[in-house]
Design a protein around this ligand. Structure first.
Ligand code: PLP
Length: 293
C-alpha cells in the first residue's frame, strides 16, 4: 500500500450544516465533495434531519451553544482556510454561528472566507429553516458572506424578488449585496423554462454570467450543497471568488451527469465518480462469504 508523504497536510475547510440521513445533501454532500477533492473537512453539525429520497420527515436543531463550540474548537486548533454554512434551522443557531464566525475570523473581509448557502427548504418543499429565522439570515449571516449562493426559491424568501429573467436576476443580486454580502451568486438552475442553467455572480462592480447546459436528471438532491462545497474547496485553495464559482459550477454539472436513482424519490448528485472504483476493483473479488450471515 502506498503511504502519504509525511507533512502533506491537505487544505482544511469547515462545513456548518445539517445531517441528511439519506446521505445525499447537507453535511453528507459536503463531505462527499471535500473528500473527493482531497481536502480535510471539519464539521459543525447544526441539525439532524430524518430524511430519505422522498423528503424530510422531521428534524431537530442542535443546541446553539454546541454549534458555536464546534466552530471554535476546530478553528482554534486545526485552522480553517474556508468555511460554508448550509441548513441552520433557527434564529438561535444563526446567532451562534455569527458570533463564533466573528470570534474565529471567519467571514467577509476576514482571514477565512465564508460561503453562505441560505438553505430554507428541501426540493420537496419541506422547511429546513424556521420562517421567523429569515430576519436573522438577512441581518446576521448574509452580511458576513464572502459569497451567498441562494437558489430562486431562497432568493424570493430573502429578497421578495421573483426571478423570471436576467433583469430580475440582476435586481435580486443587487438586493443581496445591499444586505451586505460581498458577492452574490443568483442561481438560475430552477428557471425550468430556460434551456441552460444561467447563474449570475456579482460584487456590484464585476458581473459574471455562468451558463452550463441543463443536465436532464430527476436526481439532483444535494446539488446546491455540492456547488457551495466545491466553491468553498476552491476558496481554500486560494482561488478568487469568480474562479471558485467557475470551478464549482463545472463540478456540480459533472456530479449531475453521474447522479443516480435511489429509493422511491430523488437520488443525489454524485461527485464520487472521480474516485469510486468498487471495493472489488481495488481489493479483488470477494469469494469467501463463509462468515456472512
Ligand atoms: N437536507 C439538508 C440537511 C440540507 O442541507 C439540504 C440542502 O441544503 C437539503 C436537505 C435539501 O436538499 P435538496 O434541496 O437538494 O433536496
Amino acid at each position: 500500500m502506498p503511504t502519504a508523504p509525511l507533512g502533506a497536510a491537505p487544505h482544511r475547510v469547515l462545513t456548518i450544516a445539517g445531517s441528511d440521513s439519506g446521505g445525499g445533501a447537507g453535511i453528507q454532500a459536503d463531505m462527499r465533495t471535500f473528500a473527493t477533492l482531497g481536502l480535510h473537512a471539519c464539521v459543525a453539525i447544526t441539525a439532524v434531519t430524518v430524511q430519505n429520497s422522498t423528503g424530510v420527515q422531521d428534524f431537530r436543531g442542535v443546541d446553539p451553544d454546541i454549534v458555536g463550540a464546534q466552530i471554535r474548537s476546530v478553528a482554534g486548533d486545526i485552522g480553517i482556510e474556508a468555511a460554508k454554512t448550509g441548513m441552520l434551522a433557527s434564529t438561535a443557531i444563526i446567532e451562534a454561528v455569527a458570533a463564533a464566525a466573528d470570534a474565529e475570523g471567519i467571514g467577509k473581509g476576514r482571514a477565512t472566507p465564508l460561503v453562505v448557502d441560505p438553505v430554507a427548504a428541501s426540493m420537496h418543499g419541506d422547511p429546513l429553516l424556521a420562517s421567523e429565522a429569515l430576519d436573522a439570515l438577512r441581518a446576521e449571516l448574509i452580511p458576513r458572506a464572502t459569497v451567498v449562493t441562494p437558489n430562486l426559491d431562497e432568493v424570493r424568501l430573502i429578497t421578495g424578488i421573483e426571478v423570471v429573467d436576467g433583469d430580475s436576476q440582476r435586481r435580486a443580486a443587487d438586493s443581496l449585496l445591499a444586505l451586505g454580502a460581498q458577492w452574490a451568486l443568483v442561481k438560475g438552475g430552477h428557471l425550468r423554462e430556460s434551456p441552460d442553467s444561467p447563474d449570475l455572480l456579482t460584487d456590484g462592480a464585476q458581473f459574471v454570467a455562468f451558463t452550463a447546459p441543463r443536465v436532464p436528471t430527476g436526481h439532483d438532491h444535494g446539488a446546491g450543497d455540492t456547488l457551495a462545497a466545491a466553491i468553498t474547496a476552491a476558496l481554500a485553495h486560494g482561488r478568487a471568488v469568480p474562479a471558485a464559482v467557475e470551478f464549482g459550477k463545472a463540478w456540480v454539472t459533472e456530479g449531475l451527469r453521474w447522479a443516480y436513482p435511489l429509493g422511491a424519490g430523488h437520488g443525489p448528485v454524485n461527485p464520487l465518480w472521480a474516485v469510486a472504483p468498487s471495493i472489488e476493483h481495488r481489493y479483488g473479488e470477494q469469494t469467501d462469504r463463509s462468515d456472512s450471515p
